[in-house]
Write a protein that binds this ligand. Sequence first.
Ligand code: SF4
Length: 130
Amino acid sequence: MSTYDRSNRRGYGTPQRWVDRTGGPTLAELDPTRWHEKAACRDLPSALWLDDYAQTSTSRGAAICQVCPVQRTCLASALVFGDEYGIYGGTTSTERASLARRLRRGDTLGAVLDETLASRRSSRPVAGAA
Ligand code: SF4
């Protein structure tokens, strides 16, 4: 199969018990059936989001994440359920390990999500800029 429906990429697993989900999506909102169908990666080749092919946050897969309508939920899900490999929400596994350390130190999920995604938006090239 040449494409991989990332909407099936993970189940509704066990949340990391140490994540303070304040400010982030509820567990009900993280239910894949509520957001996967809106994913920009749906029906695209999974290789774009696998670590072997997408080592950096500037990869093509990660660029698609930046315009995905469910990016925040996707990143929240990866952090809450501990997805270790691949690009999720535009972050690499290495970047998520860093975010997980923040969560383990007590930062809330909402704060981690908002700061991470805001930093991505501010570093995105402005259309039409030289
Ligand atoms: S943020 Fe990226 S990995 Fe997550 S659903 Fe959207 S396109 Fe897929």
